[in-house]
Design a protein around this ligand. Structure first.
Ligand SMILES: Nc1nc2c(c(=O)[nH]1)N[C@H]1C(S)=C(S)[C@@H](COP(=O)(O)OP(=O)(O)OC[C@H]3O[C@@H](n4cnc5c(=O)[nH]c(N)nc54)[C@H](O)[C@@H]3O)O[C@H]1N2
Ligand SMILES: Nc1nc2c(c(=O)[nH]1)N[C@H]1C(S)=C(S)[C@@H](COP(=O)(O)OP(=O)(O)OC[C@H]3O[C@@H](n4cnc5c(=O)[nH]c(N)nc54)[C@H](O)[C@@H]3O)O[C@H]1N2
Ligand code: SF4
Ligand SMILES: [Mo]
Length: 754
């Protein structure tokens, strides 16, 4: 591997920013935070509020940013009209101000330079200089290799403008880690069954559900706002919660049944549930008769998948499997087996989510109240522009023809594959723009990501913070935070079609700029100005809003606007209306013809996954309520609430290894990779003896993140082994195993700063 690009640490200056007092309040058992600004008692009347929607995670709750007379952002509160949040933000949304006043932010454009001794460093540059250089590199790539050799990684709202630029440039290679590293298998599995995907926010009618089954989904730690509020409402209304999780999660503690399943065996449980529901005659016969295809094949398929069979695999007792199946059937059709969100676990994830979809189908929950509702969104017209050029090649050329036919988004890991030169390919990707995604934390197998990076002609990173990925960039562009900019309208699907506006509450700090300006500036330099014919984003937004009966002025006043449903009923199958599903048979495919055509199992089968070797434990990871991935660990408001992660260890295991609570240890995985930093031991019964657990997003390697650097360990660096989903290329990441090191190993890469 070439080592041309040295890891450069971005320097930061500045002093500490004023802390905002955060006060915890309990909402139906889940911790929410309300903000209490103790330093400045300014009342709401003395402040001006501006509409926004949150960018701390991808639930995008709409809210109001309050600014005092001196222009300081004082607080963010939820917008009552918004169905994503109903007026309440989660701790991260409230603490979002910390993203704005983080003194470690990127402050100016940076360009990589090499001194005469070969030492590489970043030099501050003007915007003109940085944009000229990027345009020059993009143009060279276009001339010499074709525009398809460019890739964009983007996660977050601002990526839309960059995507528009990259499509205009002529490349189809636009990807987010939220597909192949997150919800991809679910979308492919549900589409194969119902002809439609689950979407974000999920179309789950949790609030009206009488029985909610969570398989892994750790709602409560996974803080997707609307879901938590709805789950609290369902619990208050007496819904039965069944949680399947090897760990005693927050959701498990609110459940009637907790099934502490042996990791990696959920498909056996799902097949046994389907068996019980069919063979005890508990399924929704009318619904299945009217809508489903392949019931007889399914019945035959699960004939021997008895609870006794599943017990041997899952360790869940047959009686519990039967009882929970009957609970679901008793609630049918107001039952919801949640499809999950981060579902890239073991590589058979599309088949596992297929089994979830099938279970929902035979219980008649799709299109019914308390099951899956039928979402709608507002269609906002695009500002007129010439058609995009038709790309001649794509990332898929890195694979044999026909591979991943069922994939309708771009695989992030596929971009890496298509960047590493391959003799069978006439072109490989040579330039990356990375917008709002910290690839070192979000992609598994860091060695492969680094290899791909080493083959690039150029790497541009657009971020707000000096993160792990910025250190590998040739050019770094500092974006202003979501509180300092306009963005595209939020048009996510929901029960009622709804739009939300984000507008700046303050001027961009330092020399940072918004994504739309960056995209337009690059377009001007690349001869693509016809794709950006508006002067500024206000003009674009006002034009779009007027086309849908609103205006920028109106939206500045109200922030959120709801529209009537246009196309279909919310519960479109409630009364067993005629309906043609978007599948080959026009039916809900219990037996998938689409998978059969592609030579995959048309009905899901249980497959056994590797077990940890002697002395190793399965590395399990997840979320903490007060952090989002790797993006919030340096946010002083949220850092105050949780400064580092810990590794959860079962007391039996702790005894065996003579580990003590609070002791710092290093983790080593099956490939000999040792965590860069030590992590604190947390001894708890809440984790099984065969696994350990840690919160994702910690263990930052850039010293300029003054709070986050070296705090806790990174699960991402220990996920070196990937179990690829053969159907859609998702990266199963839960088949990694770790052991404990009490001493810092010699030659460990990083040291902890005190
Ligand atoms: N606070 C906060 N909330 C977030 C996010 C965040 O960063 N911070 N991110 C958001 C995003 S993008 C996503 S995708 C979601 C992710 O949230 P989820 O979709 O809920 O996450 P998962 O990773 O699927 O689930 C983690 C749970 O799976 C359990 N688990 C591990 N192995 C197994 C197994 O083999 N079987 C079963 N049944 N369970 C297992 C773990 O113990 C853990 O409790 O969270 C969202 N919400
Ligand atoms: N090992 C492991 N890998 C995972 C997961 C896991 O739990 N464990 N989770 C997976 C899941 S579910 C998902 S969805 C993905 C998430 O993957 P990512 O979306 O890549 O998540 P982050 O690590 O938070 O990276 C976000 C980056 O965006 C930057 N950023 C924040 N706001 C802005 C902004 O306004 N503008 C710009 N330009 N940049 C901004 C942040 O500083 C940070 O560098 O990761 C996946 N990968
Ligand atoms: S759930 Fe929390 S972090 Fe996510 S968008 Fe809503 S308020 Fe922001
Ligand atoms: Mo995700």
């Amino acid at each position: 591997m070439k080592t041309r690009r040295q890891f450069i640490k971005i320097s930061a200056a500045g002093t500490g920013a004023a802390a905002i007092g955060l006060q915890s309040l309990k909402l139906n058992g889940f911790n929410f935070l309300s903000e209490k600004d103790e330093q400045n008692p300014a009342s709401d009347e003395e402040m001006t509020s501006y509409p926004t929607y949150c960018e701390v995670c991808f639930w995008k709750c709409a809210g109001w940013t309050y600014v005092d007379k001196k222009g300081n952002i004082r607080k963010i509160i939820g917008n009552e009209k918004d169905p994503h949040c109903n007026g309440r933000l989660c701790p991260r949304g409230t603490g979002g101000v910390g993203m704005y006043n983080d003194e470690d932010r990127l402050k100016t454009p940076l360009i990589r330079e090499t001194d005469p001794e070969g030492h590489q460093y970043f030099r501050k540059a003007s915007w003109d200089e940085a944009l000229d250089l990027i345009a020059e590199k993009m143009d060279k790539l276009r001339q010499e290799h074709g525009p398809e050799c460019l890739a964009l990684f983007s996660h977050g709202t601002g990526g839309k403008m960059l995507s528009h630029l990259v499509k205009a440039f002529g490349s189809p290679n636009i990807s987010a880690p939220s597909f192949a590293q997150c919800r991809g298998p679910r979308e492919v599995g549900f589409t194969a069954t119902f002809g439609e995907d689950v979407m974000s926010p999920e179309r789950t009618d949790i609030r009206d559900s009488k029985c909610l089954v969570l398989i892994g989904s750790h709602i409560g730690e996974n803080m997707h706002n609307g879901q938590i509020q709805e789950m609290s409402a369902a619990i208050e209304n007496g819904a039965t919660i069944i949680t399947v999780d090897p760990r005693f999660s927050t959701a498990a503690s609110h459940s009637k049944y907790w099934l502490p399943i042996k990791p990696a065996t959920d498909l056996a449980l799902l097949l046994a549930w389907i068996h019980v529901i069919i063979y005890e005659d508990l399924y929704d016969k009318e619904y299945v008769k009217k809508y489903a295809f392949g019931f007889d094949e399914l019945k035959e398929h699960v004939k021997n998948k008895t609870p006794e069979w599943a017990y041997g695999i899952t360790t869940i007792e047959p009686e519990i499997i039967r009882r929970t199946a009957r609970e679901m059937a008793a609630a049918s059709p107001r039952v919801l087996i949640h499809p999950g969100r981060h579902v890239t676990w073991y590589g058979d994830d599309t088949q596992r989510t297929r089994a979830i979809a099938i279970l929902n189908a035979i219980l008649g929950s799709w299109g019914r109240r308390g099951g899956f509702y039928n979402p709608e969104k507002v269609h906002v017209p695009n500002y007129p522009h010439p058609p995009y050029p038709k790309p001649k090649r794509s990332w898929k050329d890195a694979y044999p023809p026909g591979k991943y036919n069922l994939v309708n988004e771009v695989l992030s890991t596929g971009i890496c594959d298509a960047t590493i030169p391959n003799p069978q390919l006439d072109c490989h990707l040579r330039g990356w723009i990375v917008y709002g995604t910290n690839l070192m934390a979000s992609l598994p197998d860091q060695k492969k990501t680094l290899e791909a990076i080493s083959h690039l002609d150029f790497l541009v990173v657009i971020d707000t913070m000096p993160m792990d990925i910025t250190s590998y960039a040739d050019i770094v562009l500092p974006e202003c935070t979501y509180l300092e900019r306009y963005d595209s309208l939020r048009t996510s699907p929901h029960r009622e079609p709804v739009i939300a506006l984000r507008m700046p509450a303050a001027k961009p700090k330092y020399d940072s700029k918004p994504n739309w300006w960056i995209a337009k500036q690059l377009a001007n330099r690349l001869g693509l100005q016809d794709y950006f014919q508006w002067e500024n984003i206000e003009e674009l937004l006002d034009w779009q809003l007027k086309k849908i009966g609103s205006s920028l002025n109106e939206m500045k006043r109200i922030g959120v606007k709801k529209y009537p449903r246009e196309y279909n009923d919310l519960y479109n199958l409630e009364n067993l209306e005629d309906f043609e599903f978007n599948t080959n048979t026009g039916k809900i495919e219990l037996y998938s013809t689409e998978l059969e055509i592609e030579d995959f199992d048309p009905l899901p089968n249980y497959t056994h996954h590797p077990e940890p070797p002697e002395g190793y434990y399965r590395l399990n990871y997840g979320r903490a309520p007060m952090h989002t991935f790797s993006r919030t660990t340096n946010n002083h408001n949220l850092w105050d609430l949780m400064k580092e992660n810990s590794v959860w260890v079962n007391p039996k295991v702790a005894d065996l290894w003579e580990l003590e609570n609070g002791q710092y240890i290093w983790l080593k995985n099956q490939d000999g990779i040792v965590s860069s930093f030590p992590i604190k031991v947390r001894i708890t019964e809440r984790i099984r003896w065969d696994s350990v657990y840690m919160v994702h997003g910690f263990g930052h390697t850039d010293r300029k993140l003054k709070r986050a650097y070296g705090r806790g360990a990174s699960d991402s660096e220990l996920v070196s082994k990937v179990f690829l989903d053969p159907i859609m290329g998702g990266t199963g990441m839960r088949g990694n195993f770790v052991t404990f090191l009490k001493e810092k190993p010699a030659n460990n890469k990083e040291e902890v700063e005190s």
